[in-house]
Write a new protein. Structure first.
Length: 142
């Protein structure tokens, strides 16, 4: 029949890595994961039976670690797994947004509306709601 749809071919992990290299990303093995980076942005991918898994959201490289975006309510910060915290500036947010969009395109993922609008934080830690579940929160003047 001429109305038959083509079957979607699932790409292997290595084919996806080759597509990332062709799109201008640097791909380097990091222990059990593969680090994909471009400029100061990076993300770690892990091979699975279904294809791949992104360990954390993409972030900015700080001293060899990936600093994820944390929304503090009044400002966005970059935080590494070892606790290094650095304020995020507009250039970081623009670079991160472009990196995530190009990464999804190279991997063959669909771009969702809410993530296409701007940079999405990994963690939201507003100072006014901190400790509110434990009774009366500590006030700044206390």
């Amino acid at each position: 029949m001429f109305f038959r749809r083509e079957r979607q071919k699932t790409r292997t992990f290595q084919e996806r890595l080759d597509a990332l290299k062709a799109a201008g990303f640097s791909v380097t093995p990091q222990g059990g994961a593969t680090r994909v980076s471009r400029g100061e942005c990076a993300v770690d991918l892990t091979e699975t039976k279904e294809g791949y898994r992104i360990d954390e959201r993409a972030g900015i490289l700080i001293g060899g670690e990936i600093g994820i975006l944390v929304d503090g309510g009044f400002q966005k910060f970059l935080r590494t797994p070892h606790g290094v915290r650095k304020p995020a500036v507009a250039a970081h947010l623009v670079a991160l947004h472009d990196f995530e969009g190009d990464l999804k395109e190279a991997l063959g993922e669909t771009e969702l509306y809410n993530t296409a609008l701007g940079t999405v934080s990994s963690v939201y830690q507003y100072d006014r709601v901190k400790d509110r579940d434990r009774g009366v929160p500590k006030r700044a003047w206390d």
